[in-house]
Design a protein around this ligand. Structure first.
Ligand code: PRP
Length: 221
């Protein structure tokens, strides 16, 4: 039986390929993939789909893919109906509120918040008891407060360099984000090889965490 895995194009692609290489796959096709979006392992036991981040959970939810690798940001933003089985501990970044230095978070006027993540932004301000106007945009969010489209943004911050390059500063951390392994519920029940594959990934991610912990404790000793 073939296991189908939906992979996210872009930001976490390289780390995903590194992980699957450690699992034992020859992922060299990813270097020379051209415009191809579906790949099969030579023994046809595995099939990989390369899709946009918001679509990974859709393929998994509909059972087209048994498993998916996607950022937690997408799982928070969209109600997914999939099982989140492992924190893969790469693709580390966070959601944050940022704006121009003159922004005043305590200001009592109704704020306009530009974001690619309307649900995350609405929930964050709702928790603080603030009703905000959400301005949904698709990218280059950082320019919105600079040009006066919004008072602030809710966006992903990884290195922070996009904020700096556009003269923005962080005002609030919202939550940590990392890549997750997700699974289709029926595949977990009916395909034992999917469970075996998850266990294999878990052992590799566990070893990585241990290596990280050891390095960290050496550094802090
Ligand atoms: C993301 C995010 C920020 C940037 C943060 O955008 O929306 O703009 O990366 O990364 P940094 O903290 O390392 O600078 P993405 O690259 O996905 O492009 P986009 O602006 O087109 O959405």
């Amino acid at each position: 039986m073939t296991i189908t895995i939906a992979l996210t194009k872009g930001r976490i692609e390289k780390s995903t390929v590194d992980l699957l290489t450690q699992v034992g796959f020859d992922m060299s096709f990813m270097q020379d993939k051209g415009r191809h979006l579906i790949f099969e392992s030579p023994d046809q036991a595995f099939r990989f789909l390369l899709v946009k981040a918001p679509d990974v959970a859709t393929y998994v939810r509909h059972g087209v893919a048994d498993l998916g690798i996607v950022g937690k940001d997408l799982l928070i933003e969209y109600a997914t109906g999939v099982l989140e089985v492992l924190d893969l501990n790469f693709g580390l970044c966070k959601f944050a509120v940022a704006s121009v230095p003159s922004y005043n978070p305590q200001d009592h006027k109704r704020k306009r918040i530009a974001t690619k993540y309307p649900q995350v932004a609405r929930q964050h301000f709702h928790k603080k008891g603030e009703d905000v106007e959400i301005i949904a945009i698709q990218g280059s969010v950082e320019i919105a407060p600079v040009l006066g489209l919004a008072d602030a943004i809710v966006d992903i911050v990884e290195t922070g360099s996009t904020l700096v390059a556009n003269g923005l500063v962080e005002f609030e951390d919202i939550c940590r984000i990392s890549a997750r392994l997700i699974a289709n519920q029926a595949a977990i029940k009916n395909k034992p090889e999917v469970i075996a594959f998850i266990k294999k990934i878990e052992s590799i991610v566990g070893r990585k965490e241990q290596a990280f912990d050891e390095t960290f404790s050496r550094k802090t000793r």
